[in-house]
Design a protein. Structure first.
Length: 279
Protein backbone atom coordinates (compact mmCIF):
# COMPACT_ATOMS: atom_id res chain seq x y z
CA UNK A 1 0.00 0.00 0.00
CA UNK A 2 2.84 2.37 0.83
CA UNK A 3 4.34 1.92 -2.64
CA UNK A 4 0.99 2.93 -4.17
CA UNK A 5 0.90 6.02 -1.96
CA UNK A 6 4.45 6.98 -2.93
CA UNK A 7 3.72 6.49 -6.63
CA UNK A 8 0.57 8.63 -6.70
CA UNK A 9 2.13 11.32 -4.49
CA UNK A 10 4.57 12.09 -7.29
CA UNK A 11 2.89 10.59 -10.36
CA UNK A 12 4.41 12.25 -13.46
CA UNK A 13 2.12 14.12 -15.84
CA UNK A 14 3.27 11.76 -18.59
CA UNK A 15 1.92 8.78 -16.63
CA UNK A 16 -1.43 10.50 -16.11
CA UNK A 17 -1.61 11.20 -19.84
CA UNK A 18 -0.75 7.56 -20.55
CA UNK A 19 -3.64 6.42 -18.34
CA UNK A 20 -6.02 8.65 -20.32
CA UNK A 21 -4.76 7.66 -23.78
CA UNK A 22 -4.18 4.02 -22.85
CA UNK A 23 -7.72 3.65 -21.52
CA UNK A 24 -9.27 5.07 -24.69
CA UNK A 25 -7.08 2.83 -26.85
CA UNK A 26 -7.88 -0.30 -24.84
CA UNK A 27 -11.65 0.16 -24.82
CA UNK A 28 -11.62 1.29 -28.48
CA UNK A 29 -10.08 -2.07 -29.38
CA UNK A 30 -12.58 -3.99 -27.23
CA UNK A 31 -15.44 -2.04 -28.84
CA UNK A 32 -14.28 -3.23 -32.23
CA UNK A 33 -14.37 -6.85 -31.06
CA UNK A 34 -17.61 -7.00 -29.03
CA UNK A 35 -19.77 -3.90 -29.71
CA UNK A 36 -23.28 -3.57 -28.29
CA UNK A 37 -24.46 -1.28 -31.10
CA UNK A 38 -23.23 -1.08 -34.67
CA UNK A 39 -22.08 2.46 -35.43
CA UNK A 40 -24.35 4.24 -37.91
CA UNK A 41 -21.94 7.16 -38.29
CA UNK A 42 -18.23 7.63 -38.87
CA UNK A 43 -16.50 6.37 -35.72
CA UNK A 44 -13.47 8.54 -36.46
CA UNK A 45 -15.48 11.74 -36.96
CA UNK A 46 -17.41 11.01 -33.77
CA UNK A 47 -14.15 10.44 -31.90
CA UNK A 48 -12.72 13.68 -33.27
CA UNK A 49 -15.54 15.73 -31.76
CA UNK A 50 -15.21 14.02 -28.39
CA UNK A 51 -11.42 14.31 -28.39
CA UNK A 52 -11.80 18.07 -28.91
CA UNK A 53 -13.85 18.27 -25.72
CA UNK A 54 -11.39 15.94 -23.98
CA UNK A 55 -8.61 18.40 -24.82
CA UNK A 56 -10.62 21.36 -23.47
CA UNK A 57 -11.19 19.38 -20.27
CA UNK A 58 -7.44 18.75 -19.98
CA UNK A 59 -6.69 22.46 -20.50
CA UNK A 60 -9.22 23.56 -17.86
CA UNK A 61 -7.92 21.04 -15.31
CA UNK A 62 -4.29 21.94 -16.09
CA UNK A 63 -4.92 25.67 -15.61
CA UNK A 64 -6.77 25.11 -12.32
CA UNK A 65 -4.63 22.22 -11.02
CA UNK A 66 -2.66 24.42 -8.61
CA UNK A 67 -5.89 25.11 -6.69
CA UNK A 68 -6.52 21.40 -6.23
CA UNK A 69 -2.93 20.72 -5.11
CA UNK A 70 -2.95 23.70 -2.75
CA UNK A 71 -6.27 22.63 -1.24
CA UNK A 72 -5.01 19.10 -0.61
CA UNK A 73 -1.76 20.34 0.91
CA UNK A 74 -3.71 22.75 3.13
CA UNK A 75 -6.03 20.12 4.61
CA UNK A 76 -3.07 17.88 5.45
CA UNK A 77 -1.02 20.72 6.95
CA UNK A 78 -3.98 21.93 9.03
CA UNK A 79 -5.37 18.48 9.90
CA UNK A 80 -8.71 19.45 8.37
CA UNK A 81 -11.43 17.22 6.92
CA UNK A 82 -13.06 13.90 7.72
CA UNK A 83 -10.17 11.66 6.67
CA UNK A 84 -7.72 13.77 8.70
CA UNK A 85 -9.86 13.43 11.80
CA UNK A 86 -10.30 9.66 11.57
CA UNK A 87 -7.49 7.44 12.75
CA UNK A 88 -7.58 4.65 10.17
CA UNK A 89 -5.01 2.33 8.62
CA UNK A 90 -3.74 3.35 5.20
CA UNK A 91 -5.82 0.78 3.30
CA UNK A 92 -9.00 1.93 5.04
CA UNK A 93 -8.18 5.57 4.28
CA UNK A 94 -7.77 4.63 0.61
CA UNK A 95 -11.12 2.82 0.39
CA UNK A 96 -13.06 5.40 2.39
CA UNK A 97 -11.38 8.24 0.54
CA UNK A 98 -12.17 6.85 -2.90
CA UNK A 99 -15.80 6.31 -1.92
CA UNK A 100 -16.13 9.83 -0.50
CA UNK A 101 -14.39 11.57 -3.40
CA UNK A 102 -16.52 9.61 -5.85
CA UNK A 103 -19.60 10.80 -3.97
CA UNK A 104 -18.67 14.48 -3.72
CA UNK A 105 -16.69 14.91 -6.91
CA UNK A 106 -18.82 12.74 -9.21
CA UNK A 107 -22.22 11.57 -7.95
CA UNK A 108 -23.22 14.77 -6.14
CA UNK A 109 -21.85 16.97 -8.93
CA UNK A 110 -23.70 14.93 -11.55
CA UNK A 111 -26.97 14.86 -9.60
CA UNK A 112 -26.80 18.62 -9.05
CA UNK A 113 -26.20 19.29 -12.74
CA UNK A 114 -29.47 17.54 -13.49
CA UNK A 115 -31.34 19.55 -10.85
CA UNK A 116 -30.05 23.12 -11.36
CA UNK A 117 -31.14 24.54 -14.74
CA UNK A 118 -28.09 26.74 -15.36
CA UNK A 119 -25.76 23.80 -14.68
CA UNK A 120 -27.86 21.46 -16.83
CA UNK A 121 -27.41 23.77 -19.83
CA UNK A 122 -23.67 23.03 -19.70
CA UNK A 123 -24.02 19.34 -18.85
CA UNK A 124 -26.51 18.54 -21.63
CA UNK A 125 -23.63 18.79 -24.13
CA UNK A 126 -22.45 15.47 -22.71
CA UNK A 127 -25.91 14.03 -23.28
CA UNK A 128 -26.27 15.20 -26.89
CA UNK A 129 -24.00 12.36 -28.00
CA UNK A 130 -26.17 9.96 -30.02
CA UNK A 131 -23.43 7.37 -30.60
CA UNK A 132 -22.10 6.56 -27.14
CA UNK A 133 -18.64 4.99 -26.94
CA UNK A 134 -15.49 5.22 -24.84
CA UNK A 135 -14.56 8.61 -26.32
CA UNK A 136 -17.83 10.01 -24.95
CA UNK A 137 -16.46 9.82 -21.40
CA UNK A 138 -14.83 13.26 -21.50
CA UNK A 139 -17.30 14.98 -23.81
CA UNK A 140 -17.77 17.96 -21.47
CA UNK A 141 -18.37 21.60 -22.29
CA UNK A 142 -15.47 23.70 -20.88
CA UNK A 143 -18.01 25.31 -18.54
CA UNK A 144 -18.93 21.91 -17.15
CA UNK A 145 -15.25 21.09 -16.65
CA UNK A 146 -15.04 24.13 -14.37
CA UNK A 147 -18.21 23.06 -12.52
CA UNK A 148 -16.84 19.54 -11.98
CA UNK A 149 -13.52 20.99 -10.81
CA UNK A 150 -15.29 23.10 -8.16
CA UNK A 151 -17.13 20.04 -6.82
CA UNK A 152 -13.94 17.95 -6.77
CA UNK A 153 -12.00 20.66 -4.95
CA UNK A 154 -14.81 21.06 -2.41
CA UNK A 155 -14.79 17.29 -1.83
CA UNK A 156 -11.02 17.34 -1.28
CA UNK A 157 -11.41 20.04 1.38
CA UNK A 158 -14.48 18.61 3.15
CA UNK A 159 -13.10 15.08 3.26
CA UNK A 160 -9.47 16.09 3.88
CA UNK A 161 -7.97 14.13 1.00
CA UNK A 162 -4.16 13.96 0.72
CA UNK A 163 -2.71 14.49 -2.74
CA UNK A 164 -1.86 10.82 -3.33
CA UNK A 165 -5.52 9.96 -2.79
CA UNK A 166 -6.64 12.77 -5.13
CA UNK A 167 -4.44 11.53 -7.97
CA UNK A 168 -5.45 7.89 -7.33
CA UNK A 169 -9.11 8.92 -7.45
CA UNK A 170 -8.68 10.92 -10.65
CA UNK A 171 -6.85 8.04 -12.35
CA UNK A 172 -9.58 5.57 -11.39
CA UNK A 173 -12.26 8.06 -12.41
CA UNK A 174 -10.80 8.44 -15.91
CA UNK A 175 -10.52 4.69 -16.54
CA UNK A 176 -13.92 3.79 -15.04
CA UNK A 177 -15.61 6.57 -17.00
CA UNK A 178 -14.07 5.29 -20.23
CA UNK A 179 -15.20 1.78 -19.30
CA UNK A 180 -18.79 2.62 -18.42
CA UNK A 181 -19.27 4.71 -21.59
CA UNK A 182 -17.74 2.04 -23.83
CA UNK A 183 -19.86 0.49 -26.58
CA UNK A 184 -19.11 -3.04 -25.46
CA UNK A 185 -21.11 -6.14 -24.64
CA UNK A 186 -20.38 -7.31 -21.10
CA UNK A 187 -21.62 -10.85 -20.35
CA UNK A 188 -24.27 -10.93 -17.64
CA UNK A 189 -22.23 -13.30 -15.50
CA UNK A 190 -19.55 -10.57 -15.34
CA UNK A 191 -21.80 -7.50 -15.32
CA UNK A 192 -24.03 -8.61 -12.45
CA UNK A 193 -21.39 -9.21 -9.73
CA UNK A 194 -19.18 -6.36 -10.99
CA UNK A 195 -22.16 -3.99 -10.94
CA UNK A 196 -22.71 -4.59 -7.23
CA UNK A 197 -19.61 -2.47 -6.63
CA UNK A 198 -18.68 -0.60 -9.79
CA UNK A 199 -20.62 1.31 -12.45
CA UNK A 200 -20.75 -0.88 -15.56
CA UNK A 201 -21.63 0.04 -19.16
CA UNK A 202 -25.03 -1.67 -18.83
CA UNK A 203 -25.81 0.54 -15.84
CA UNK A 204 -24.50 3.86 -17.12
CA UNK A 205 -25.91 3.61 -20.63
CA UNK A 206 -29.43 3.86 -19.14
CA UNK A 207 -28.50 7.38 -18.01
CA UNK A 208 -27.90 8.34 -21.65
CA UNK A 209 -31.36 7.35 -22.86
CA UNK A 210 -32.84 10.37 -24.61
CA UNK A 211 -35.93 10.75 -22.41
CA UNK A 212 -36.85 11.17 -18.77
CA UNK A 213 -37.10 9.53 -16.30
CA UNK A 214 -34.07 7.45 -17.33
CA UNK A 215 -31.90 10.53 -17.89
CA UNK A 216 -32.26 11.27 -14.18
CA UNK A 217 -31.00 7.89 -12.98
CA UNK A 218 -27.64 6.12 -12.62
CA UNK A 219 -25.49 9.17 -11.86
CA UNK A 220 -22.52 7.20 -10.50
CA UNK A 221 -19.06 7.16 -12.03
CA UNK A 222 -16.83 4.72 -10.13
CA UNK A 223 -19.04 3.07 -7.51
CA UNK A 224 -22.66 1.97 -7.98
CA UNK A 225 -23.36 2.20 -4.23
CA UNK A 226 -24.51 5.84 -4.33
CA UNK A 227 -27.30 5.26 -6.86
CA UNK A 228 -28.50 2.24 -4.90
CA UNK A 229 -28.31 4.14 -1.60
CA UNK A 230 -30.14 7.27 -2.80
CA UNK A 231 -32.77 5.55 -4.94
CA UNK A 232 -31.49 6.73 -8.34
CA UNK A 233 -30.62 3.28 -9.64
CA UNK A 234 -32.53 1.83 -12.61
CA UNK A 235 -32.23 -1.08 -15.03
CA UNK A 236 -33.31 -1.13 -18.67
CA UNK A 237 -32.62 -3.51 -21.54
CA UNK A 238 -29.75 -1.66 -23.20
CA UNK A 239 -30.79 -2.83 -26.66
CA UNK A 240 -33.91 -0.65 -26.38
CA UNK A 241 -32.03 2.55 -25.54
CA UNK A 242 -31.89 5.62 -27.76
CA UNK A 243 -29.05 8.00 -26.98
CA UNK A 244 -29.23 11.78 -26.88
CA UNK A 245 -31.50 14.46 -25.37
CA UNK A 246 -35.05 14.71 -26.69
CA UNK A 247 -34.86 18.52 -26.89
CA UNK A 248 -31.59 18.49 -28.87
CA UNK A 249 -31.80 15.74 -31.48
CA UNK A 250 -30.91 17.85 -34.54
CA UNK A 251 -27.67 17.04 -36.38
CA UNK A 252 -25.90 20.27 -35.34
CA UNK A 253 -26.78 19.63 -31.69
CA UNK A 254 -24.40 16.70 -31.57
CA UNK A 255 -22.15 17.14 -34.63
CA UNK A 256 -21.26 20.86 -34.64
CA UNK A 257 -18.63 21.86 -32.07
CA UNK A 258 -19.48 25.54 -32.50
CA UNK A 259 -23.16 24.85 -31.90
CA UNK A 260 -22.44 22.79 -28.79
CA UNK A 261 -20.19 25.49 -27.35
CA UNK A 262 -23.01 28.04 -27.79
CA UNK A 263 -25.93 25.98 -26.44
CA UNK A 264 -25.46 26.89 -22.74
CA UNK A 265 -25.64 30.59 -23.60
CA UNK A 266 -28.65 30.41 -25.90
CA UNK A 267 -32.19 31.18 -24.92
CA UNK A 268 -34.31 29.14 -27.29
CA UNK A 269 -37.66 27.40 -27.15
CA UNK A 270 -35.99 24.00 -26.89
CA UNK A 271 -33.83 25.09 -23.98
CA UNK A 272 -36.87 26.66 -22.28
CA UNK A 273 -38.76 23.39 -22.72
CA UNK A 274 -35.91 21.43 -21.16
CA UNK A 275 -35.78 23.79 -18.19
CA UNK A 276 -39.56 23.44 -17.75
CA UNK A 277 -39.09 19.65 -17.61
CA UNK A 278 -36.45 20.00 -14.91
CA UNK A 279 -38.64 22.30 -12.84
Amino acid sequence: MESIVQYFETIPSSHRSLILVGGIALFWIIESAVPLFTFRASKWKHAGINIFFTLTTIVVNFVLAFILVWSSDWVVANNFGLLQWLDMPLWATAIAGLLLLDFGGAYLAHWTEHRVPVLWKFHLIHHTDQHLDTTSANRHHPGESVIRFVFTTAAVVVFGAPIWLVFLYQSMSVVLSQFNHANITVPKWIDKPLGLIFVTPDMHRVHHHYRLPYTDTNFGNIFSIWDRLFGTYSQVDNRKLVYGVDTHMELDDHQSIGRMLRIPFERSSTVDHELDQLN
